[in-house]
Design a protein around this ligand. Structure first.
Ligand code: GDP
Length: 186
């Protein structure tokens, strides 16, 4: 059986659930006290789909989020440079980027647009973008409408799903959509 490798990086603000999504996908478990990753963590998972083996090489970013959104100028510059220094490690050779926001925090959806811009400017030209609206188990405190996020994702030709790492909603589906996307095999 053919084996195909796909590098995927995760982007998005601290606390939106990037590590939890990876943990759910790779280990099929959820740890509410997951340790915030310092720097980047790297995990792999191989899945069989349509008679092919797909090995995901997953880069989870942490510690250098919010390159544009700090209000303090000095802090903003510092974040910018820390992120800039590390970004090539995430982007280089990536087939896809999963940009995560938290459906209960509007500001994480606003920042997402900056992540898209950042990726378009500095990422590989044909990188597949997938947007994940995480924590969809918390609909009672939702701040971002699913329709608005879907419309935005459509406008930039991105994959879109709402996920819950906690309740295992749409996590495998998210990665399968990436496999199925025609651009991800280029
Ligand atoms: P990261 O900083 O983006 O990697 O986010 P983490 O994975 O560390 O998650 C931040 C917090 O959100 C943790 O307390 C998680 O337990 C919680 N969390 C992550 N995913 C979900 C989810 O799908 N639902 C709920 N209710 N909480 C979540």
């Amino acid at each position: 059986m053919a084996l195909r490798e796909l590098k995927v990086c995760l982007l998005g603000d601290t606390g939106v659930g990037k590590s939890s999504i990876v943990w759910r996908f790779v280990e099929d478990s959820f740890d509410p006290n997951i340790n915030p990753t310092i720097g980047a963590s790297f995990m792999t998972k191989t899945v069989q789909y349509q008679n092919e083996l797909h090995k995901f090489l997953i880069w989870d970013t942490a510690g250098q989020e919010r390159p544009y959104f700090c209000t303090d100028k000095e802090e903003q510059i510092l974040y910018h440079y820390r992120f800039r220094a590390l970004a090539p490690m995430y982007y280089r050779g990536s087939a896809a980027a999963i940009i995560v926001y938290d459906i209960t925090k509007e500001e994480t959806f606003s920042t997402l647009k900056n992540w898209v811009k950042e990726l378009r400017q500095h990422g590989p030209p044909n990188i597949v973008v997938a947007i994940a609206g995480n924590k969809c188990d918390l609909i009672d405190v939702r701040e971002v409408m699913e329709r608005d996020a879907k419309d935005y994702a459509d406008s930039i030709h991105a994959i879109f799903v709402e996920t819950s790492a906690k309740n295992a909603i749409n996590i495998n589906e998210l990665f399968i959509e990436i496999i199925s996307h025609p651009e991800s095999s280029k």
